[in-house]
Design a protein around this ligand. Sequence first.
Ligand SMILES: Cc1cc2nc3c(=O)[nH]c(=O)nc-3n(C[C@H](O)[C@H](O)[C@H](O)COP(=O)(O)OP(=O)(O)OC[C@H]3O[C@@H](n4cnc5c(N)ncnc54)[C@H](O)[C@@H]3O)c2cc1C
Ligand code: FES
Length: 268
Amino acid sequence: MGYMKQCKDLKIVSVEHPNDGYVLLRLTDNEPLPEIRAGQFVEIKVENSPQTFLRRPISVNFVDEERNELWLLIQVVGEGTRHLASLQVGNMLNVLFPLGNGFTQGTAGESVLLVGGGVGIAPLLEYAKQLKQVGATPYLLLGGRSACNLLQLDLFRQYGEVYVTTEDGSMGERGFVTNHSFLESFASFPLKGTRGGARISCCGPKPMMLAVAKWAKEHGVTCEVSLENLMACGLGACLCCVEKTVKGNVCVCKEGPVFNINELTWQI
Ligand SMILES: Cc1cc2nc3c(=O)[nH]c(=O)nc-3n(C[C@H](O)[C@H](O)[C@H](O)COP(=O)(O)OP(=O)(O)OC[C@H]3O[C@@H](n4cnc5c(N)ncnc54)[C@H](O)[C@@H]3O)c2cc1C
Ligand code: FES
């Protein structure tokens, strides 16, 4: 089957509002869903909304193979996501998927620290699952403004140890992910290239990814980040998602959204 792109109407089988301002949509299809790599995303057509002519990119949050379900965790920030949050069970959603490269596939024995911030946490759930499936050990370091921004923690705990920071101190350690005490222990894990190996994958707001990239570089740890550039077509055609890299300008929707930090030029 491979990672064949499809454009399909998927059926909404569940709509949950895990917290104010968020919606978790579970979608299914009559046919088996295509193989999806963690970190890949879908482009959703938002119907009946003149302001949302362009599709909206949303990461694959989780794939439930047994139920043939694809989950999307969406934070309401504007017109398009507000419409998505108002959908009902039984509605159809037109999606173009799976798009993008996804995170590095795991190898048995390695330790991978998954750092997520805000709704950037969403794709890390599927990634933690896929890493555990291949015998890697995922560690989760998740940060939010407040406890209400940290969703699905019980699900994350099924796949690895979970460490949390909040800016207001309402859960876990107070501050940013880069201040968490676990990072110090992680720095002493055997690094990639040695047996086992340790690396970081990160998805969140840009200032957070910059801080994590800086930490990784200072500690000699391999690190990849998932960029959230503005996107429209999702296929490398409109050029609105271009990012400067050491190999020149590339479309984040096609060459990314995941990049090794050494490929990017935004680093300090
Ligand atoms: C690869 C990728 C994966 C993403 N995964 C998720 C996810 O799993 N869950 C989630 O809640 N959000 C995710 N986003 C962000 C999401 O696409 C935007 O929040 C959404 O498109 C906003 O649409 P809107 O119509 O509600 O807001 P608008 O009214 O269009 O804009 C509101 C805000 O959202 C930003 N925004 C608008 N359009 C985009 C866009 N196409 N891409 C990025 N930011 C945009 C604007 O800069 C503005 O700050 C992802 C973005 C990318 C690029
Ligand atoms: S979104 Fe159109 S080129 Fe990337």
